[in-house]
Design a binder for this molecule. Structure first.
Ligand SMILES: [Zn+2]
Length: 412
C-alpha cells in the first residue's frame, strides 16, 4: 500500500474504502484518435482515515492540469439552472436582515449559471473560476470573474482589494479541492464577521446506500460526511449552523456555515445531530460497510457486462446518453469500450466530436439518436434520468432506456 497521509488530520491512511481499478482522469476527453495511445491511467483507490473519518482519494495530478481547461459547463442542464434560481431566491430572503448592499462571492462559479440570478441592485457579485475558457464565458455575460484557484493566497488578495464578503457560495467544489484545509482557511479569511457560507456537496451516506460509486473520480478528492466537515470547519473557527437535504447529484446536502464567534446566528443543533445520527446508524464509518459496498459494485459490473454481451449476441444496437465524469468512472470500472457501446451523445458542444477517456467511445450530438434509434440507450447521468427521458421522447427518439445504478433497470 502507498504511504499517504490524511489531507485533514495527517494520520497515515491504512484502510481502503473502495478499489475501482485504474482509470484516466474522468474529465480528460480525447480530442482525436491519434491521442488514444498517449492516455495516462491512474489508480482509482479510495482510502478512509480512521481518525477524522474522511474518505479520500490521493492526489495524482496537480489541479492546474485538471481544471485549467475544463469541459464541464453547468448551464446545459435545465434542472441545475432551476435549482440555482431557487437557491438565489431562498438565500436572498434569508439574507434580508443585511440591509446594505450585500457582497456575494461564488467559488467555482463556472459560466455564471448561478450568479446571473442575483439582483444586481441589491448584490455586488464576484465569481471565481479557475478554468480560463469557462471564466471567459462568464465575463462575456457581464459577471465579474477572477480566473484563479481559490485558497488563502487569493482570498487575502481579494480582501485587500474588495474587502470581506457577506455570502460565500461553493456548490460542488468543496469535495473537488485537494488542499481542503487551505480552501477552508481561505473562506474564513474572506468572510465578514456577520456573513455566512453555503456549501453543497454530495453526502457520502447516499454514495454508500445507493451504491453511487461512479461519483468517485480523480477530480473528486473527498467524500464528505457532516461529522467530518464539522471537524474540519472547527479547526478554522467555523461551524455548521443549519443543514438542508437536496435531491441534486443523487442526494446532496447544503450546509450553512458561520464563524464560531458570531453569536447572532443560532445553531440548529437538533437538525445537525439528526443527520450525524443517521450517518452512525448506517455505519458509514465501518470497514464491513466498505467491504459490502465493494461486493455490491462488483455485482453491478457483472450484471452490466452480461447485459451488453447478450445484446451484442442478439445484434442489438446499444448507445449511451451523456458524457459526464461519473459515466467515465462507471464505464472504465466495468471495462466497457466501443465494441459494446457504439457511441454516446451529449448536449455540450465542448464535448461533441471528442472521445470518452478510457473507453474511447465517440461523442455525438443528441440529434444522432433520431436517425439511429438504438435498441437500448444507457443513461449515464442517472441523476437526471427523468428530465432526459422526457426530452428524448419529445424529440421522437424511439429506444429502451437503461439505468445501471443502484441496479440495472430497463425503462420502456
Ligand atoms: Zn484524517
Amino acid at each position: 500500500m502507498v504511504k499517504i497521509n490524511c489531507r485533514i488530520c495527517e494520520t497515515r491512511l491504512t484502510n481502503q474504502f473502495l478499489d475501482l481499478g485504474f482509470s484516466p482522469l474522468a474529465n480528460s476527453y480525447i480530442n482525436k484518435k491519434k491521442y488514444f495511445k498517449e492516455e495516462k491511467y491512474f489508480p482509482l483507490k479510495v482510502y478512509f482515515c480512521k481518525k477524522c473519518k474522511l474518505v479520500q482519494l490521493p492526489e495524482h495530478e496537480k489541479p492546474d492540469k485538471i481544471f485549467s481547461n475544463y469541459d464541464y459547463l453547468s448551464s446545459p442542464s435545465l434542472s441545475w439552472l432551476k435549482h440555482s434560481e431557487k437557491y438565489v431566491k431562498h438565500i436572498s430572503r434569508k439574507l434580508g436582515f443585511l440591509k446594505k448592499k450585500i457582497k456575494v462571492c461564488e467559488i467555482a462559479s463556472n459560466d455564471g449559471y448561478l450568479l446571473q440570478y442575483f439582483d444586481k441592485k441589491r448584490f455586488e457579485i464576484l465569481g471565481i473560476e479557475p478554468a480560463k475558457n469557462i471564466a471567459r464565458i462568464a465575463i462575456k455575460k457581464k459577471i465579474p470573474t477572477i480566473s484563479k484557484f481559490f485558497g488563502v493566497n487569493l482570498s487575502k488578495k481579494i480582501k485587500k482589494n474588495k474587502g470581506s464578503f457577506d455570502l460565500i457560495i461553493g456548490n460542488n467544489v468543496f469535495a473537488h479541492v485537494p488542499n481542503i484545509k487551505d480552501f477552508t482557511k481561505g473562506m474564513e479569511i474572506l468572510l465578514s464577521s456577520n456573513g455566512i457560507i453555503t456549501l453543497e456537496f454530495p453526502h457520502i451516506l447516499n454514495l454508500i446506500n445507493q451504491k453511487q460509486f461512479d461519483t468517485i473520480y480523480h477530480e473528486h478528492f473527498s467524500y464528505l460526511s457532516i461529522k467530518t466537515v464539522n471537524f474540519l470547519l472547527k479547526k478554522f473557527n467555523l461551524e455548521i449552523f443549519d443543514i438542508e437535504k437536496l435531491p441534486t447529484h443523487g442526494g446532496s446536502v447544503r450546509v450553512y456555515i458561520k464563524k464560531i464567534k458570531n453569536n447572532k446566528i443560532k445553531v440548529k443543533k437538533i437538525k445537525i445531530k439528526k443527520i450525524i445520527t443517521m450517518e452512525n446508524k448506517y455505519k458509514i464509518f465501518s470497514i464491513s460497510t466498505f467491504e459490502k459496498l465493494q461486493k455490491n459494485i462488483n455485482k453491478i459490473k457483472e450484471d452490466f457486462l452480461n447485459f451488453l454481451v447478450l445484446k451484442k449476441l442478439e445484434n442489438k444496437k446499444v448507445a449511451a446518453y451523456g458524457a459526464p465524469a461519473k459515466g467515465n468512472t462507471f464505464l472504465n470500472f466495468c471495462l466497457v469500450d466501443r465494441n459494446l457501446i457504439q457511441y454516446t451523445v451529449d448536449k455540450a458542444d465542448t464535448k461533441v466530436g471528442k472521445f470518452l477517456p478510457g473507453s474511447k467511445i465517440p461523442i455525438f450530438s443528441p440529434k444522432k439518436l433520431i436517425k439511429s434509434n438504438p435498441d437500448y440507450l444507457i443513461i449515464l447521468p442517472w441523476n437526471l434520468k427523468d428530465e432526459i427521458i422526457k426530452q428524448l421522447k419529445k424529440m421522437g427518439v424511439k429506444t429502451q432506456f437503461v439505468v445501471c445504478i443502484p441496479k440495472l433497470k430497463i425503462i420502456k
